[in-house]
Design a protein around this ligand. Structure first.
Ligand code: GLU
Length: 545
């Protein structure tokens, strides 16, 4: 049966387009059916992954449903069956409501930056333990995850490596989440040390300078799950790591742990010094805390899973792909502040100056980078510069901020504009009829005001010749109907492809208040006066916007 007939019959039966239908028409582009692969390709273009836990129901249903078809394609009915459980997320994705609306072109830029850094050959792979020395200097990966869970990944992003010092901000976040700022900072300062990360040195109050240097991180380790057994402590942190990573890869390298412990003389020296200066909470067993410290350095991630961890920080403590709250706002804010000032070893000041974003690097070559409210990024490449930061990682971060306005102080008034991938891309998107009809459908008057203000044609029709006024009348959104008539002066009697007017819709669905508004409007204005009086429409807009 032809698509039009189906639609006509449905309308006769009094069923209006649902969100699922609107999504169907968006993806089908005029075809009667959507091939499953077309749907998944379109989905990936938004940045969502088919493996996203938030789309589990949809993907499972898709798999089952496709098997029942002869051609692997979904008609409107089957499509609805597949998407309905996750319709809110899918609608957001296809309406380009995610933080990076034009995700494909953003990924293109990221790939260019990745290629640019790939060519760098400088730096030295850490070799103080064999588990690190073994990594090829050619390994290079960048993964990102936005606060809406859009993913992009390029290079060796599935190779496990140890977090090493990148775990420091994460365990600090756990400590603050559990105990609050005041308690944690009774033991640890908040000031950059100006000294090498593993220096045996405390501030004037005999506290470690901050939780991003070894002394501070060792004390921070002692604050987690005090009184619990070593096994319980480890499980507790691993559980946190899994949640931060949205249950993506988190492992443990026992070999690294053993090597770290065997070669950890400096950390033992720091441990004894901290003990002498009474830096630990009472009752702390310093040597088992050092073990725990080495274990946390030996937690493994992949570039991909770590990008989700960073994204959880970027997203105020909620993991973007599970929606779970992992850290409270206080923990996130503190962590980002200290990453910003102390996260990049003795390059921290320069990094804060040039890149202006919170980040933490580790000796395995990772740089955990956070663009607050936008995305988390993990860059990984083992060769390190003299200060201990990944050579390719630093290049990528610097290039990223040269291209995009992500630096903390990029968005000042009167600044020359850099690329802002957060912006809604171009007029085309804003003017698309689908957004107009969605706003009318959901009764979103303020969105309609914005559209009107950006001189959108408020009489636009979809391919069934339906206008925003049809949709608002059918849904009974009186405020929208009034706005369209009075402020926008839209034609009050447009006919859709079945010859129905907004009045027909309002009557059909029993929205008496809408019927009254439309009738009053008719009586107030003679038919010649009503439509297309753009000048007075503009005047009215002034009053109503
Ligand atoms: N395991 C190393 C240490 O504690 C971590 C080094 C690092 O990543 O900065 O010395």
């Amino acid at each position: 049966m032809h698509c039009e007939d189906v639609f006509h019959r449905r309308r006769k039966a009094g069923i209006l387009p649902s969100l699922e239908d609107l999504l169907f028409y968006t993806i089908a582009e005029g075809q009667e059916k959507i091939p499953a692969h077309k749907f998944t390709t379109a989905l990936k273009a938004t940045g969502l992954r088919t493996g996203d836990p938030r789309l589990k129901e949809c993907m499972e249903m898709l798999k089952v449903t496709v098997k029942t078809t002869s051609d692997g394609a979904l008609d409107r009915h089957l499509f609805k069956k597949c998407v309905q459980s996750n319709i809110v997320l899918l609608t957001q994705a296809f309406r380009k409501k995610f933080v990076i609306p034009d995700f494909q072109s953003f990924c293109g830029h990221m790939d260019d930056l990745f290629e640019n850094a790939r060519n760098l050959s400088g730096g030295q792979v850490a070799d103080y333990i064999p588990q690190l020395a073994r990594f090829s200097p050619d390994l290079w990966a960048v993964s990102l995850c936005t606060v809406d869970g859009q993913r992009h990944t390029v290079g060796d992003t599935k190779v496990p490596f140890c977090l090493q010092s990148c775990v420091k901000p994460l365990k600090y976040a756990i400590a603050v989440h559990d105990h609050g700022t005041e308690y944690v900072h009774r033991f640890i300062g908040k000031e950059p040390s100006g000294l090498r990360f593993n220096k045996l040195f405390l501030n004037e109050e005999d506290k470690p300078h901050n939780p991003m240097v070894n002394a501070g991180a060792i004390v921070c380790t002692s604050l987690i799950k005090q009184g619990a057994s070593n096994a319980e402590k480890f499980d507790y942190v691993m559980n946190f790591m899994n949640k931060l990573a949205g249950n993506e890869y988190v492992g443990f390298s026992n070999a690294t742990f053993q090597s770290e412990r065997e070669s950890g003389d400096r950390n033992f020296a720091i441990g004894y010094y901290l003990k002498e200066k009474k830096c630990f909470p009472e009752g702390t067993d310093m040597t088992s805390i050092l073990d725990f410290y080495f274990q946390l350095c030996s937690i493994e991630v992949t570039c991909e899973s770590a990008s989700v961890m960073a994204a959880t920080l970027a997203n105020g403590g909620f993991c973007p792909i599970t929606g779970e709250r992992v850290l409270n706002p206080e923990a996130v804010r503190n962590t980002l502040s200290l990453m910003h000032s102390c996260g990049m070893y003795d390059f921290s000041g320069q990094f804060a100056f040039h890149v202006g974003l919170p980040a933490k690097s580790g000796v395995a070559g990772g740089i955990l980078l956070v663009v607050p409210n936008v995305m988390g990024i993990m860059c990984w490449s083992p060769p390190l510069d003299k200060l201990g930061n990944s050579v390719r990682g630093i290049q990528f971060c610097t290039d990223l901020v040269s291209l995009c306005n992500f630096h903390n102080y990029d968005n000042m008034r009167h600044f020359a504009k850099k690329l802002d991938p957060r912006r809604e891309g171009g007029d085309q998107r804003v003017k698309s009829v689908i957004n107009l009809l969605f706003a009318a459908y959901t009764g979103d008057v303020s969105a309609l005001r914005r559209f009107a203000l950006s001189s959108m044609d408020m009489e636009q029709r979809d391919y069934d010749s339906r206008t925003a006024l049809h949709v608002a009348a059918a849904e009974g959104h009186t405020e929208v109907v009034r706005f369209l008539l009075e402020a926008c002066k839209v034609n009050p009697v447009p006919k859709d492809r079945w010859g129905n007017t907004p009045m027909d819709e309002a009557v059909h669905f029993g929205h008496h208040d809408v019927v009254t508004i439309l009738r009053d409007y008719h009586t107030q204005y003679s038919p010649q006066e009503t439509p297309d009086d753009k000048q007075s429409a503009e005047k009215n807009l002034d009053g109503l916007l």
